[in-house]
Design a protein around this ligand. Sequence first.
Ligand SMILES: [Zn+2]
Length: 203
Amino acid sequence: MAEVVRHTAKVIAKATTLSITCNPCGKVRTLAEFGSEMRSEMHRIQASGGYHSNYPADLEVITMDVCDQCLEMWTSRFKHPVDSWFAVSNGSDQQEANHSETGEKYHVNGYWARKVGSSAPWPDDMPEMPEMPDPGVYQHFKGRYYKVVGEVQDIEDGQNYVMYMALYGDNGVFIRPLSMWNDINERDGYKGPRFRFANEDDE
Ligand SMILES: [Zn+2]
């Protein structure tokens, strides 16, 4: 299990809920009490199992909220320091993602994305987001597996993107325009959705 978590656990910012409960210790933080600081103390963590993993199950993703104290207690017990955590919430700790169509590099900061090189200021608020695909593991019609890790909006043109991570190789992170995510793809004799939700029906 430690191996699975070390490679795939991510901290994912999600600031839309009214209260957050720490799964390990049960502490509750509410938006009314803490405002936007709520996510400074509470973290949403996902860990996914690869094919044939015993925990949690093949290609399933577990999601939990963990408070600062529990996170620190937990990770401090690790033999090796974690190397694959990245914060995508407020602040300067930006993540890089490649545009799936153009290959252009973007920086992602919370729910916002902007092209590398742009100096447009990061907004303070949250974007209005349309409905996005459920988080989880998806299979591309060519066979590879990816995990949806977030949703972002370009701060300059307002384009909405699905952010997802390759579950192979060096776990590259991509953003794809939402409008293209559910496209029906017709190529090489295949006709169907570009991505198919894989958590439930792939044993
Ligand atoms: Zn806790």
